[in-house]
Design a protein around this ligand. Structure first.
Ligand SMILES: [Zn+2]
Ligand SMILES: [Zn+2]
Length: 218
């Protein structure tokens, strides 16, 4: 009987220092040792936003995966979808189901654990935490101007009213100049809804201002 590996204890125990966080685990898994330097440079020198950093990390993971697949699979992926990491990220996280399925099928056939890859993707919140806690970089300098809930409500109502007026006037002009559109009494109402792509919740903006979405609070 051979006991060739001792990897039952979930593989984190490799002698290297333990990964700092989800990004650290990804850096180890996808062997992106230059990623921290690139994040620091992007944030401190190139003025990247946390959303930009989120993309830099996720694209790096995709690039590592693409580097590992066979040339023939790579070509097939390029012919069918794309082999540009940033475009592939949009495909894998986007709403176009057929395009996403096409990419997933080819990656799957190339031996890529697509679900694993997707669950390794990080959010801008993780990027922020990694910068603050693991790389000791203060991100508070980019904190947005504070706004009270009342001021936010006022601004949104102002924008909605303005939008209603512009749309209403446009419809009146349309009615006045197109014989096939009846000049009846129409009214326009705008009700803004907010969708969070992280937790999937959609709600009226007024409810969002009070309660936020279903993501865990910071
Ligand atoms: Zn970290
Ligand atoms: Zn959310």
């Amino acid at each position: 009987m051979t006991t060739d590996t001792d990897s039952d204890s979930d593989g984190t125990d490799t002698g290297d220092s333990p990964p700092c966080c989800k990004i650290g685990r990804g850096i180890q898994k996808y062997d992106c040792s230059d990623l921290n330097d690139r994040l620091v440079e992007a944030y401190t020198i190139n003025d990247a936003s946390l959303r930009d950093l989120e993309r830099i990390v996720n694209e790096s993971f995709i690039r590592a995966v693409l580097n590992d697949i066979d040339d023939s699979d790579f070509r097939r992926l390029g012919d069918a979808v794309t082999t540009t990491p940033s475009e592939l990220l949009d495909v894998l996280t986007g709403d176009d189901r057929s395009e996403r399925a096409r990419a997933e099928t080819i990656l799957d056939q190339a031996g890529v654990d697509v679900d694993g890859l997707r669950s390794d993707f990080i959010s801008y919140r993780t990027a922020k935490k990694h910068l603050n806690q693991c790389l000791d970089i203060d991100t508070s300098r980019k904190a947005p101007e504070p706004v009270t809930r009342t001021d936010a409500q006022d601004t949104i109502e102002w924008a909605e009213t303005r939008c209603e007026r512009v749309v209403g006037r446009t419809i009146e002009r349309l009615q006045a100049t197109h014989d096939d559109i009846p000049a009846s009494n129409t009214s326009v109402s705008v009700s803004t809804r907010v969708t969070c792509s992280d937790c999937g919740v959609t709600k009226p903006v007024t409810a969002y201002i009070t309660d936020g979405c279903d993501c865990p609070a910071q």
